[in-house]
Design a protein around this ligand. Structure first.
Ligand code: MAN
Length: 353
């Protein structure tokens, strides 16, 4: 069994032309990787909007947020010997890394979970301060009691880490700063405390010894995290051989906490898999899928800004029905249904970490 996703016939749900860029100088390159939550009877997406300035022949432009909080454009001639451009997502210049696009997060809402619109009031969250100069990305939204926790990738010249903002009403946001410093991303907070503590999955990267593995952390207040444990590793020879990272908040089932995660191989091909954690002690992995539960196969997943990618960080749970929203080919927002029981039946109960 290798792909048990039932994709929406309406896919892609959102593509770059569907929204307006945040300023006249910019154009939207990708709409991707939405965080998902329910609020006031509607389904909401917090979509990553990746923007760039229209490119001219012979030069490369990329936007960053400057110290005054304004978008500033960096311009480099394409024939500059200090410029390296071999990945659509990253530019290297004079030994430093930049992103080719600048991402912010945009709220969209829907009554049916299929047709999404921007609400009338301001619905944009942008990078704030010097740890978010290159933008904010791939937000997970977890609700505990009446508070929503937004954990997102914060990118700057200082590195890639995890930022946290909280809100109760989606109008006022409390910026809590960086909770996992570089290099770290893919942070999902559990939507329930376990024995009085907050838990989160996160993904530090250790370039020499170790790798891009999923870790578990605990906290008393949801802001300061400790007791880090490495719980899921990449697997040589499999589809998730190069990196693994958590999707949205774990789903509580009778069998354990079910997590949908992404894995990629050395060719940067991204698929989805699942693993199951013990309900009382989530550092204990009970089971994991060997094969992906979803792999890129539709045109909109195979080709786009960065092809052969399915990536999720948001879903809605309704009984056995799991609606997963995902980024396809790093360019489109799509949806797919899964049966939670079917995912559980794909898990292999081996202590394979
Ligand atoms: C990787 C990709 C990009 C992302 C950067 C920074 O290169 O996931 O989409 O912009 O990391 O997070």
């Amino acid at each position: 069994m290798s792909d048990i996703a039932r994709r929406f016939p309406e896919n892609p749900l959102l593509m770059p032309k569907d929204l307006h860029a945040s300023t006249d100088d910019l154009q939207i390159i990708s709409l991707l990787n939405p965080g998902v939550f329910e609020f006031e009877g509607k389904i909401w997406l917090l979509v990553r909007v990746a923007e760039c300035i229209a490119q001219k022949e012979g030069v490369i432009f990329f936007p960053v947020i400057n110290a005054l909080g304004k978008v500033e454009i960096i311009e480099i001639p394409l024939n500059d010997p200090d410029l390296v451009t071999n990945d659509a997502r990253i530019v290297q210049y004079k030994g430093l890394d930049y992103l080719t696009t600048l991402s912010h997060l945009r709220l969209l809402c829907s009554d049916d979970g299929i047709n999404f619109q921007e609400p009338k009031q301001n619905s944009i969250l942008t990078g704030l301060g010097n740890l978010e100069q290159f933008g904010i990305e791939d937000c997970r939204v977890s609700k505990l009691d009446d508070t929503y926790y937004l954990t997102y990738t914060a990118v700057s010249e200082n590195g890639v880490g995890v930022g946290l903002r909280t809100t109760k009403d989606w109008k006022n946001f409390d910026a809590k700063g960086m909770i996992f410093p570089p290099h770290n991303k893919d942070c999902a907070i559990f939507e329930e405390k376990i024995k009085g503590k907050f838990y989160a999955l996160h993904r530090p990267s250790s370039p020499q010894i170790g790798g891009n593995f999923i870790w578990l952390a605990e906290s008393n207040d949801g802001i300061h995290w400790g007791n880090h444990q490495c719980i899921i590793k990449s697997r040589p020879g499999l589809w998730d051989s190069a990196r693994v990272g958590a999707g949205a908040a774990p789903i509580k089932t009778e069998k354990g906490w079910l997590e949908i995660y992404h894995g990629a191989n050395a060719e940067h091909q991204y698929c989805l898999g699942a693993f199951l954690m013990d309900l009382e002690d989530p550092s204990k992995i009970i089971a994991r899928t060997v094969e992906p539960i979803m792999r890129p196969q539709e045109n909109y997943e195979l080709s786009g800004f960065f092809g052969y990618v399915v990536f999720t960080n948001g879903h809605v749970v309704n009984g056995d029905k799991l609606t997963v929203y995902y980024g396809a080919a790093d360019e489109f927002v799509c949806g797919a249904y899964f049966s939670i029981n079917e995912i559980l039946s794909c898990l292999e109960f081996v202590g394979n970490k």
